[in-house]
Design a protein around this ligand. Structure first.
Ligand code: PAF
Length: 282
């Protein structure tokens, strides 16, 4: 497995593979890898000749300085895990390499970016779109793999690809969970033992909402879930939203005729922010 830190080095390595008409699969990450990331990597390895993973803690997508400073950085372990998963090349640039000048790009995603993560983390999706676009320009993958835990991010990336006519196929991959249901996330490493012990209630609440989604109103379920999560010591709900998957706008009533819907949640558990989601019956 090759490890590159400069754009020119990875570009020339990829050039040789492109000459051989190899298909390139790409998994963008911020490191602190877990089984969820490795699933994306394994899938890319299966579906492409060459798999590239980027590891870059993107400063411009953090609206909270403490979150950026404390984001786990575990490069040596990440590289070992990627080698074992069959990854061919890692791109781990510095912030100066990715942002040698002031960022001038502007992307507009309309209603998709004004709700949920977009409403609570101003500038977040702009930062994600800027870095993903730059990474796509560098790697020029045939396919790029994104986890459905960050569902709104996935939809923003799909919109970016469509808007700019980028020739990258976006492959959504299912959420990977711990045995007790907690969605895997690099932030889980920062939970204290008591926080980790109560964190599975997020998945449990989503599952209960899903079970009740045919019988109860949207309003009842949002209140039920919000109260249940707020009742957990140390946990406070930022949002709990039931939305159509097509536009992510919060629903007041179940759509008629039925359309695919999901429940989306963000909570703060102590100082750690966790998100999760689940498809519902509608
Ligand atoms: O999901 C992430 O880890 C990041 O938002 C991404 C897509 C790597 C962009 O920095």
């Amino acid at each position: 497995m090759e490890v590159f830190t400069t754009i020119s080095a990875i570009r020339s390595w990829l050039e040789c593979h492109r000459k051989d008409a190899d298909s390139i699969g790409f998994v963008p990450t911020m490191g602190a890898l877990h089984e969820g990331h490795l699933e994306l990597v394994r899938r890319s390895v299966k579906e492409n000749d060459v798999t590239v993973v980027s590891i870059f803690v993107n400063p411009i997508q953090f609206n909270n300085k403490e979150d950026l400073a404390k984001y786990p950085r575990t490069l040596d372990t990440d590289l070992e895990m990627l080698r074992a998963a069959g990854c061919h090349a890692v791109f781990a640039p510095s912030a100066e390499e990715m942002y040698p000048e002031e960022v001038k790009e502007q992307y507009i995603f309309g209603p998709l970016e004004t709700v949920m993560e977009g409403a609570f983390r101003p500038g977040h999706f702009h930062g994600v779109a800027v870095v993903v676009r730059r990474l796509f320009d560098i790697v020029e993958p045939a396919r790029a793999y994104f986890g459905e835990k960050d569902y709104q991010q996935l939809r923003i990336i799909q919109a970016l690809v469509k808007q700019l006519g980028l020739g990258v196929e976006i492959i959504p991959c299912p959420i990977v969970r711990e045995a007790d249901g907690l969605a895997m996330s690099s932030r889980n490493q920062r939970l204290s033992l008591p926080e980790r012990a109560v964190a599975p209630v997020i998945h449990d609440t989503l599952s209960k909402v899903r079970e009740m989604s045919r019988e109860k109103t949207v309003e009842y379920l949002v209140n039920y879930a919000t109260d249940r999560l707020n009742g957990v010591p140390g946990m406070s709900v930022e949002y709990f939203s039931i939305a159509r998957t097509s536009d992510l706008q919060p629903l007041q009533h179940w759509p008629e005729p039925p359309e695919p819907c999901a429940a989306f949640v963000a909570v703060n558990l102590g100082r750690i922010r966790l998100i999760d989601n689940m498809m519902l019956y509608s």
